[in-house]
Write a protein that binds this ligand. Structure first.
Ligand code: UD1
Ligand code: UDP
Length: 362
């Protein structure tokens, strides 16, 4: 069996890596987890390792926050050193953060095969740092694991057709495993005195929304105009931006610290509506059958928009609030994010690819 290095660093990656790690271990592979340290607050990192019972990282590179170039550069050097020491047969990277970019580049320069989980996502908006990260990761990856058929088609349009697989969303795997745990263990609904169906859940953290005072002001106006109580777990980036802008939020908008995964599932499941700029939260809203407004100009998750469960409203208050009031759950709910077996499928495909490679080099 093979040694595989998994590179994670930001909140959604701890969650995404979990089902793949479980499947790697079940298949007898040796996984070496490398945490770049991009996210480091307990509420952004440690809590996910505890709640999901993820093995502690073998490497904690402690890179922390910084400008894109500085952060990515430090990660690149530190990940390279770890890979040189470990000599893995393959490197796994997830999604589209700076940790994904650094992990993929470090492996590519060392000639280590790369598997990209959540390959082929595109917003076609190069102003988003994530778009640059995905395009680079996909272009150097050897194996592409796609959430949707659309992602497979986008890669084909870029000429990437070798080792491209549609496996569904690892986030659905984690969600299905943890919904019963959230029901048993989370007390957040009681703690916040929330009734199911009687509030909206909001998350905002994209650079395009937090770093532009005009857009952040519009988002505040949307929340202030919302026709129901709003629960808003605030990402540290957004906390800082709201403070700098001196935004006043109405009493029905409740800001709370970022929550752990089980509390988040409970909050999502109980919400009448979710408004977000998060990629992961958009997909979770769909899988939990909660109508979702996307506070962005574009979304990668176009399949959910096509079903009517997600509406891309951007941040003009009148437009977003009209949709907020009118949004009703559609009737049909096709399985656009797969069947919750993405982790196992990825590991089966990887195992086969590694065996073939060994066969070729013998
Ligand atoms: C990053 C990803 C984004 C992903 C998000 C998930 C990039 C370019 N962006 O955005 O794609 O959707 O993670 O949440 O990789 N901070 C803290 N404590 C922490 C982490 C961050 O205070 O534990 C603050 C710091 O002020 C930091 C800022 O948040 O400068 C932004 O963090 P950073 O990791 O650069 O980007 P995110 O906005 O978190
Ligand atoms: N999440 C969480 N607590 C929060 C906010 C989000 O556990 O306070 C989870 C959410 O349920 C999803 C993931 O974090 O599984 C999404 O991460 P995020 O929104 O930070 O990043 P994105 O998906 O946009 O890259």
């Amino acid at each position: 069996m093979a040694k595989i290095c998994s590179i994670v660093g930001a909140r959604p990656q701890f969650i995404k890596a979990d089902p793949v790690s479980r499947a790697l271990s079940a298949a007898g592979h040796q996984e070496v987890l490398i945490h770049t340290g991009q996210h480091y607050d307990h509420a952004m990192s440690g809590i996910f390792f505890e709640e999901l019972e993820i093995m502690p990282p073998a490497y904690s590179l402690g890179v922390g926050s910084g400008s894109h170039g500085a952060m990515t550069g430090q990660m690149l050097a530190a990940v390279e050193a770890a890979l040189l020491r470990e000599q893995p047969a393959l490197v796994l990277v997830y999604g589209d953060t700076n940790s994904t970019l650094a992990g993929a580049l470090a492996a590519a320069k060392l000639g280590v095969p790369i598997a990209h989980v959540e390959a082929g996502e595109r917003s076609y908006d190069r102003r988003m740092p994530e778009e640059i990260n995905r395009v680079v990761a996909d272009s150097v990856a050897d194996h592409h694991y796609c959430v949707s058929r659309t992602a497979v088609e986008r890669l084909a349009a870029e000429g990437v057709t070798r080792s491209v697989h549609h496996v569904g969303d690892v986030m659905l795997d984690v969600m299905l495993r943890n919904l019963p745990r959230a029901q048993a263990l989370s007390d957040i609904m009681a703690r916040l005195e929330l009734r199911p169906g009687a509030y909206a859940l909001v998350t905002v953290h994209r650079a395009g929304n937090t770093d532009d005072p005009a857009r952040l002001g519009q988002i505040a106006a949307i929340l202030n105009g919302a026709p129901e109580p709003v629960v808003f777990p605030v990402h540290p980036r957004t906390r800082g931006a709201l403070g700098r802008l001196g935004v006043r939020l109405a009493e029905h908008v409740r800001l709370i610290e970022p929550v752990g995964y089980l509390d988040m599932l409970a909050l999502e499941q109980g919400a009448r509506l979710i408004a977000t700029d998060s990629g992961g939260v958009q997909r979770e809203a769909y899988c939990l059958k909660v109508p979702c407004l996307v506070l962005r100009e574009t979304t990668e998750w176009v399949e959910a928009v096509e079903t009517g469960w997600t509406r891309l409203v951007d941040v003009t208050p009148e437009v977003a609030l009209a949709a907020w009031r009118a949004m009703e759950p559609p009737v049909s709910h096709p399985p656009i994010f797969g069947d919750g077996t993405a982790g196992a499928q990825i590991v089966a495909l990887l195992t086969e690819a590694l065996a073939n490679k060994e066969h070729e080099t013998r």
